[in-house]
Design a protein around this ligand. Structure first.
Ligand SMILES: *Cc1c(COP(=O)(O)O)cnc(C)c1O
Length: 487
């Protein structure tokens, strides 16, 4: 039996289904598997030629008991989740001809054109599978820095088992991202535009936390979340590290480096877990934009929450790297008590000073940096001019970081940069970067164009009273739809 516990320690053990459906354990920690499965080089070699969804099946089978999700069902859920991708390979690669040794993993060919689709479709389809089996319904609430909301609303649309509320901070996401949510007409999708947020999606994450703290509301709605607090998201994101590795190396056993644009540390947490499981990763190059909490923490050993600076790579305008606590749990020998102390300190004071020993442990195998807006835009322009390949601002952050460090890493060793969004989601930035008033064809996508000709359907409120108005509205809608379970 594969069991899950809270990274804050304690004795509460649950199975995979409960961990995923609950989203968060009762103590406010994050679910983690009791033991991380270990993968040998021989096993990795045997996976070398698998296509992405078949590899996903193998990796996920290490985390999910067959009694919880039977094999055939797991296969069906995976197929269904990746059928919606625009590219037949699901996750293709591109080698930068102008930068030897630097390659790109394109994680943005999902239905809403960001890497969030890679795990979201799967997690929401898994929810649907569990809920239908139990004969239950659920309300999902997410806050978004631009890509989680579109991915969640697309994945849930039309599913009778799920209602989804997607809260987004006006002015912090692009019109294209907004329209991906507000042009979905299914009656189980509820986008909420929140005006006047000082710190973007971090403000809305706090609201979501307070919704979950309202036990009556949580129970009445069977409220859950699909943000990267959810173990299912992190587990699914380990797969693209295995896949990227197996596609890039000549010989299994060689080291490969990954450059990752970092926000809430979800994607990187998945990478570090893959490494803990035995994947031969050299360095993780952690790339922040100007919101550089993580970079600073890795350099000086102090976490300090800061106000958000809006950057071109807006999906990583985040100062609460919540998944860092999951990584820390595993590399500190699963010391839940310690992790609990740090998490509570971070929540109450916004600051944690790590002891020397812990700092030395967590920075092992990492190079970190913070990329300026100017450099982000320059990188988009440089690569486009050199080879006609158009990076989105987040991929540009990871490529800029890779280019800074390519000479420092071991000779002959390659860097795989994770490209996390399609440039068509950020046309204004692309124009600014290229110094042009028109987006080139590489920066357009038919799904984005189509959404321009549809009216928007959206709820709206102000930051100042969202703590009253949002829960009240969710309640009213649920009552109308007779979705209140206990009322
Ligand atoms: C969410 C997101 C990221 C950051 O991922 P984390 O898991 O939060 O670190 C990076 N790029 C894009 C485009 C995203 O949507």
């Amino acid at each position: 039996m594969i069991e899950y516990v809270s990274n804050k320690g304690g004795h509460h053990r649950v199975d995979f289904e409960t961990a995923v459906l609950n989203g968060r354990p009762p103590d406010g920690g994050l679910y983690v598997p009791i033991d991380l499965p270990q993968i040998s080089l021989d096993q990795l070699r045997s996976w070398k030629h698998l296509k992405y969804t078949d590899l996903a099946y193998e990796v996920l089978s290490l985390f999910i008991d067959r009694s919880v999700v039977p094999s055939e069902d797991l296969k069906t859920i995976l197929e269904k989740s990746f059928d919606t991708f625009f590219h037949f390979e699901k996750i293709p690669f591109h080698s930068l001809s102008s930068c030897p040794g630097v390659h790109i993993q394109e994680l943005f060919h999902g239905p809403t054109l960001s890497f969030k689709d890679v795990a979201m479709g799967f997690v929401v389809n898994l929810f649907d599978f569990f809920l239908r089996r139990k004969g239950k319904t659920m309300t999902i609430a997410v806050a978004t820095s631009g890509d989680t909301g579109p991915a969640a609303t697309f994945a849930a649309k039309g599913k009778p088992s799920i209602d989804v509320w997607a809260l987004y901070p006006e002015g912090f996401i692009t019109e294209e991202q907004e329209r991906q949510m507000t042009t979905i007409m299914d009656d189980n999708v509820f986008p909420v535009r929140v005006l006047g947020c000082p710190n973007g999606s971090d403000d809305l994450d706090e609201l979501i936390t307070s919704l979950f703290a309202d036990k009556a509301l949580k129970d009445a709605l069977n409220l859950s979340s699909v943000n990267s607090l959810n173990w299912g998201r992190i587990m699914m994101q380990t797969v693209h590290y295995f896949y990227g590795y197996l596609q890039m190396v000549d010989e299994v056993g060689e080291l490969l480096n990954f450059a990752v644009p970092a926000g809430a540390f979800g994607n990187l947490c998945a990478g570090t877990l893959a490494r803990e499981m035995g994947l031969p990763v050299g360095k993780f190059i952690l790339a922040n934009n100007q919101n550089s909490c993580l970079d600073r923490m890795f350099r000086v050993g102090i976490y300090q929450k800061e106000d958000i600076i809006p950057c071109p790579s807006s999906a990583i305008d985040i100062s609460i790297p919540i998944n860092f606590w999951r990584y820390l749990y595993f590399i500190t020998g699963k010391d839940g008590e310690k992790v609990k102390g740090w998490m509570e300190e971070a929540e109450s004071t916004g600051r944690v000073v790590f002891d020397k020993e812990t700092h030395n442990i967590f920075r092992r195998g990492f190079i970190t940096t913070s990329i300026s807006d100017e450099k982000t835009l320059d990188t988009i322009q440089q690569i486009y001019r050199a080879e006609g390949y158009l990076l989105d601002p987040h991929a540009a952050v990871s490529v800029a970081a890779a280019l800074d460090f390519v000479k420092d890493i071991e000779k002959g060793s390659q860097i795989l940069c994770l490209a996390t969004a399609h440039p068509s989601k950020f046309p204004e930035i692309i124009c600014r970067a290229l110094g042009s008033d028109k987006v080139p064809p590489e920066g357009m996508h038919p799904s984005i164009e189509a959404a321009k000709n549809i009216c928007q359907k959206v709820y709206e409120c102000h930051y100042a009273n969202m703590h009253d108005s949002i829960p009240e509205t969710i309640k009213m809608v649920a009552q109308k739809k007779h979705k209140f379970i206990n009322a």
